[in-house]
Design a protein around this ligand. Sequence first.
Ligand SMILES: [Zn+2]
Ligand SMILES: [Zn+2]
Ligand SMILES: [Zn+2]
Length: 450
Amino acid sequence: MTAPPTAADAAPPAAPEDAAASPAGTPAAAPAGEAASLADTLTAPSVSRAYECQCGRPVYLRNSQCLACGTALGYVIERLGVVPLTPGAEPGTWAVHDDPQGPAWRRCANFETAAGCNWMVPLPAGQGGTGDHAADLAEGFCLACSTTRTIPDLSIAGNDEHWRKLESAKRRLLSQLLALGLPVHTRFTDPVHGMSFDFLSSLPGQPHVMTGHQNGVITLNAEEAEDAVRERIRAEMREPYRTLLGHFRHEIGHYYWDLLVANTAWHEDFRTLFGDETQDYAAALRAHYDHGPPPDWALRYVTSYASTHPWEDWAETWAHYLHMADTVDTALSFGVNAANVELSSDLFELKDLWQPEHAGAQAFLDFLNGWVRLTNVLNELSRSMGQPDYYPFVLPHAAVGKLQFIHQLVAAQREAQAAPPAPGAADDQAPPAQGPAAMAPAAASPGAPA
Ligand SMILES: [Zn+2]
Ligand SMILES: [Zn+2]
Ligand SMILES: [Zn+2]
């Protein structure tokens, strides 16, 4: 059987640019006598970004149907990727194609809405294999959509498109967080630390919506989904890079600082590397907007905004780490080879790291230098098309230690998640789910600090 032809993929299942992509697969080692491929020298920290239909065609994170053979596709958390599906025993249910007798799934309730969600929901809840995520779900919704608390007012023209772009960027974010082994829990299981998102628009006579994070709630100004608006703000702020995905990765950095750094064994090292976060945040922001960054910011920070306050340095560096990890994962997944491209910048050495003696230091250094090589190539490709640089940053040596700190924190989370839970550990003590998510239209709110 093939999937019904009504699959409502928000993005076209295979856009023209997808046609030229390399086939999926793990890159083979370079034959003797040839230069090692870029993929050989990269050490990606997480997971494949190349997915494959049952017909063998490459498919992508946003796809809900294979254009080549019509097979239904969906994102399954346990597989950490998009997989081909086969119809299940009951109408409207699905199983993973290579496991037809396995767990049953349903489409997310946002499959047919403007959100165009292609994530799968376990059926019945708790038996679909999402393990400790079953209780995180709003009824009928996938994990990604269950983190959304407020959507834009869809009665306003254009907001459906904004919402689609916001959810699409958020799904990319969450798929990476899951692959990295970071905790992703909603307010249904953790009312205090659960992750939730408000997508708000400024309304006439109301305070301007500020993108920011506060107590687990991430607010995004939905107007940032409008390309012309975001580009105007980027130019006004003199930023080299401004994207929805970048906003998500920055704000989730604040979220994980609260969850994984504050008052933990990592806190002291955080202060050594990033500075004392107890300094007045509001005053620091005012000083940044009044006087600009310090003249030598480029020697110490990944971006000028990172120089504002240790919290912003953390969030900017964290976002950088996620950019690096996803791009390197994607390059590795497709066997990208750029071995013959000259480097225009030097590589980093062990002595540049925060903890050069750490057991994982060499692997991190390989990842970092792989990234430097890769971005040299990607920037040159962008210039070939007259586009702005793919990666319009220069990583200062001082930022490398901070990135290693983040890498080790993420690796520790991943290892803890892979280990069997300690007796009496937290998950079984989580409060019960509390009914469906409030997918309410937005009202403007003052928002939280950025
Ligand atoms: Zn196919
Ligand atoms: Zn969904
Ligand atoms: Zn921030």
